[in-house]
Design a binder for this molecule. Sequence first.
Ligand code: XMP
Length: 521
Amino acid sequence: MNLSNNLKKILIIDFGSQFTQLIARRVRELGVFSEIINHKIALKFKFDKADCIGIILSGGPLNVYQSNKVKINKKIFKLDIPILGICFGHQIIAKEMGGKIKNSKYREFGLTAVKRKKKSLLVKNFFNRSNSSNVWMSHADHVSRLPKNFKLIGSSKNSKFTIIENINKKFYGVQFHPEVTHTDKGKVLLKNFLFSICKTKKNWSSKKQRVKITQDLKNQVGNNKVICALSGGVDSSVVAQLLNKSIGKNLTCIFVNTGLLRKNEEKQVINTFKKKLKINLIYVNAANQFIRKLKNVDNPEEKRKIIGNLFIKIFEKYAKKIKNVKYLAQGTLYPDLIESKSATGSQTSKIKSHHNVGGLPKKMNLKLIEPLKFLFKDEVRKLGLELKLSKEIILRHPFPGPGLAIRIPGIINQEKINILKEADNYFIEELKKNGLYDKIWQAYAALLPIKTVGVMGDNRTYEYICLLRAITSEDGMTADFFNFDKKILQNISNKIINNVSGINRVVYDITSKPPSTIELE
Ligand code: XMP
């Protein structure tokens, strides 16, 4: 199945910027399909004018004169396709067209004002009445000589050629990042590029995705059987519902309760998928098996491995009971397929081994179907709502595969799990009551393995510490802690202490990511 078949697209050539995925998301938010290709792959890529309506060159950590590392398919400049270069991409256009790039005396990082020098289709409605616009910069090099036949459209204090254009060739360059939200009118600029310069039409919406994916699934799967591991999370829920709509009873979902889920989560999953949506659902309550295997294990990576391996074993056992299955459906997302970091050849170091169902069925000889593999998380959420899944499922905060096990540092036991489920539930309920749940990207309670002294009534207590974590984020790669009103935090703390026996102290985690991670283990 290939969602991108027959879709006109904006191709984004990635030079390793941390913002490349954001460019693709912004283009899609404007209703136009976009795909990312690594600059090394772009070297041999056959750009087809009928299919590619515009090209965006991303930013990146390199210097345009590092010829051994910067590989650019020069043919793109001869295709008669509009090109927009962003930051490093802007410098590439300038260099390739005969301009010069220099290392700046002053780096520009953060918000900078750009002043209008000339009118251009690219900057229609971009500048304010004083001919200025605030943009987000992150560069050391800058264009020091304008290429022939290019015009200067905008300048900042430390970079004269901040916005440039060659109107005949339809080549445009901006030194700043229109894709980040800090750039005031970044979306306006991208919109101008798409609709006024590339003259694209909208071809990307949740409805179009639903129609195309369900049709493609029908064509691909035919009358064959499919199994799917359902976790109750957004991705697997959307995959299950897409298959349900496409192939109905030929789908069987397997839901393994690890005993490490949030309070009442298993009931909600069974209620939604089995009772309401009438999906074939095999429910396996394996809570005791997981707790037995995790006995006395305190090492985070060991915990993750034990949970991942046992999950696979149980899933396989039940999958084998279903006869004549040909496919396994997985909720792989687009970011899983893109290797943005490889532009510099550097590997990001492994911080935690994330356990997903991915790669699970090698032994089982099943063919994979990945209906979400061209979608970003926010697109999956919108598609879920389009598929009439409840907001409760779709807008739910992310939850890690190893579940509560990595929210109880150190050794786990049933008592700790029970305490944590209650505390977490009170926390989340309070967030919902105060209208904060949807403003926060992820929130949870954790149980620290330390007991401290407290006083309740006139009695001394000696109980666990509950840690609260609530963060804002775009994609989970970086995060800031959420700024609560003191009263709300106070209220949450009271609720937990008064209602959950086993906890006598509540603390709030005020670290961002980096340096911390979102989960504790
Ligand atoms: P960290 O802790 O690495 O988490 O900052 C980033 C995001 O990933 C989630 N997470 C996981 N998700 N399996 C998952 O499916 C895992 O093993 C796992 N570990 C962390 C985490 O909840 C956060 O949203």
